[in-house]
Design a protein around this ligand. Structure first.
Ligand code: TYD
Length: 205
C-alpha cells in the first residue's frame, strides 16, 4: 500500500500583512484534525537555509544574487524538508515560497521575468503548493502595523511604501495567473474575521 501524498499550503503577503498568527491557527486546526504537520518558512527551513536567510535579510547584494540565493535555500528546503514530508503523507505549511520571489525580486526589485522563470523551472519544475493564501493589504496600513511592532527592521522591511506597492501588484498578478491555487484574502479585516476565512480555506482543502 502506498501512503497518499500530503498537501502543501503556503502563506504569502507583504511585510506587515499579519500572516504569522494566522499560520499558527491553520497549523493548530490541521493538527486537531489528526494530520502530521510540518511548519516551516522561507528563506530558511533547514540549517543551511537559515544561514542563507541571515545573509539575505541583512547583507546588501546584487538583485540577481538575491534571487539565486532565495532559490538555493529553496532547493535545499525542498530536498531536505518539503519533498520527504509530502512523500510520507505529512502536510507542509510554509511561511512564504516561490510566489514571494516573484513578488519581491521581480515586482519589488525588477528582476527580469525570464531569469525568474528559469530558476523556478530548475528548482521545482512542476511542483506548486496545493493552496496559497495571499494576505492582501494596502502598503501604507502594512507599514503602520510594522512600525507598531517596535522590532528592528530587516533589509526588506526598510524598503519604502512604493516598493511594497510593486510587491503587492506582483502578488496579485501572480494570483491571477495561478488558476485558482492562490486565494486572495482581504487582510484589512478584523483578526477574527480573517482567521475564519483562513480556517474555511484550510477546511475546504
Ligand atoms: P518574513 O517571512 O516576513 O519573516 P519575518 O516575519 O520574520 O520578518 O521575512 C522574510 C523576508 O524575505 C520578507 O521581507 C520577504 C523576503 N523574501 C523575498 O524577498 N523573496 C523570497 O523569495 C522570500 C521567500 C522572502
Amino acid at each position: 500500500m502506498t501512503t497518499p501524498r500530503g498537501r502543501f499550503i503556503t502563506f504569502e503577503g507583504i511585510d506587515g500583512a499579519g500572516k504569522s498568527s494566522q499560520i499558527a491557527a491553520a497549523v493548530e486546526r490541521l493538527r486537531a484534525a489528526g494530520r502530521e504537520v510540518v511548519q516551516t518558512r522561507e528563506p530558511g527551513g533547514t540549517p543551511l537555509g537559515e544561514r542563507l536567510r541571515e545573509l539575505l535579510l541583512h547583507e546588501p547584494m546584487h538583485l540577481e544574487t538575491e534571487a539565486i540565493l532565495m532559490f538555493a535555500a529553496r532547493r535545499e528546503h525542498l530536498a531536505v524538508v518539503i519533498e520527504p514530508a509530502l512523500a510520507r503523507g505529512a502536510w507542509v505549511v510554509s511561511d512564504r515560497f516561490t510566489d514571494a520571489t516573484y513578488a519581491y525580486q521581480v515586482g519589488g526589485r525588477g528582476l527580469a521575468e525570464p531569469r525568474f522563470d528559469t530558476l523556478e523551472q530548475w528548482v521545482h519544475g512542476g511542483l506548486q503548493p496545493d493552496l496559497t493564501l495571499l494576505f492582501d493589504l494596502d502598503p501604507t496600513e502594512a507599514a503602520r502595523r510594522l512600525a507598531g511592532t517596535g522590532q528592528a527592521p530587516d533589509r526588506f522591511e526598510r524598503e519604502q511604501v512604493d516598493f511594497f506597492a510593486r510587491v503587492r501588484d506582483a502578488y496579485l498578478r501572480r494570483a491571477d495567473a495561478a488558476g485558482g491555487r492562490v486565494r486572495v484574502l482581504d487582510a484589512a479585516r478584523p483578526i477574527e474575521a480573517l482567521r475564519a476565512a483562513v480556517l474555511a480555506e484550510v477546511d475546504a482543502l
